[in-house]
Design a protein around this ligand. Sequence first.
Ligand code: 5GP
Ligand code: ZN
Length: 114
Amino acid sequence: MSDCIFCKIVKGEIPATKVYSDEQVTAFRDIHPVAATHILIIPNKHIASVNDLEEADEPVMGHILYTAKQIAAQEGVAQGGYRLIVNTGANAGQDVFHLHVHLIGGARLKHPMG
Ligand code: 5GP
Ligand code: ZN
């Protein structure tokens, strides 16, 4: 998607502090962090949201979760704990329509579910 900011980050067309990338996924620091560690992990391929996933996307979603585990360890938040969040659609407050997993840690998190 040519006008998608996260596609542009994947391609290096706009700057971001990347912490990991490979042929399937890219991880970079959120521009407005809500905790000491706040990283977004995304598929390199444009998928707008969880609602737009296809069966063929199952491997990349598994890879995103495994990448989250590795980044949590790299960031030193694995033992203390962290939260993975995937906002989907208007009621969840999804702002960027390129599927992303927030990895948030390094602080005692409030429990905002629901
Ligand atoms: P959402 O509400 O869609 O789940 O979260 C979108 C996240 O993307 C927000 O936490 C926001 O701060 C982050 N974000 C939006 N634009 C940019 C950007 O250009 N660069 C980076 N690094 N993060 C962004
Ligand atoms: Zn995109």
